[in-house]
Write a new protein. Sequence first.
Length: 366
Amino acid sequence: MNRRNLFGAAVALCAAIGLAGCKEDKPAADQGTAAAAKVEAVHWKMVTSWPKNYPGLGTAAERLAERINAMSAGRLTVKVYAAGELVPALEVFDAVSRGTAEMGHGTPYYWKGKVPAAQFFSSVPFGLSTLEMNAWLSKGGGQALWDETYAPYGVKPLSAGNTTMQMGGWYNKEINSLDDIKGLKIRMPGLGGEVLTKLGAITVNLPGGEIFTALQTRAIDATDWVSPYNDLAFGLHKAAKYYYFPGWQEPQAVVESMVNQKAFDALPADLQAIVVEAARAATLDMMDDYVFNNAKALQTLKSEGVQFKRLPDEVLKAMREQSDVVLESLAAENDLNGRIWASQKAFLEEASAMQALTEKELYNWR
């Protein structure tokens, strides 16, 4: 065979191999497409403690669902139900535990009647700040303790937001001394409510959607809610005379996404990771939302003539003392409670020493 014929044969052989390769690859690609097409989307329900599309809280639940839908390319879709649409606001935890819904969106101290230790993961009076709480959960062992707390109920907890530093609440009675706390009927959930009870107040727990009416009709004398952003949206300045600060009862407040453990375990690893990371992203998103909109809403409230008042030192001192009593009492109830508070308290002391040299000093000069 001469050189020209040899070259022609080689070209023909390569072409034949290439065609054969194309014929073999096509079925493999078709099989991959067919396999992907056979993957059925998982559909979850998320029940929440918030009114539909309520700024900051209700909208955060919607954005979390949208984030999961987008990150999973539609393989995991989440439909959000506002408070009362599927279950009442304060029954979200039970609904997720039972499997009525695969996800829930609320705040841990709402379930204190069922899980007293949950309050440690929501907000502690005079406790950790927003950034400190996030750090304790993700780096300081807090998440593992939270998982242990919810495990008996078949629920996996995830931080999915934080309302940042709050206000002290709306009052129709002026607080000039400890005597003004006695007999005060106030909506305040969580550990802050227990502190006020020890000081002689009458505390109640109401879902957000009922607060304005209760305050306007004088069914209650005062209420805490969140901060200017949410309080303005509810129009609380139209139902109360005084807006008190600081928010001693909630230096921050974790907003959680609860996931039914069996539903979570049934997901493939990549969808599990998407649920976890979407919740983590939601925490940062909510923090930005509150810091920005609180600043704007505060100016609106000032322009509308709201009377801002600082709680007297005598009252704050008593609140601080009773907070220690309440927290130590809760910690003494069982081993798990004791371990949670010991861990959080230790980090609080370390973080406070750091903040005393940094943020506290800076803020005094701003």
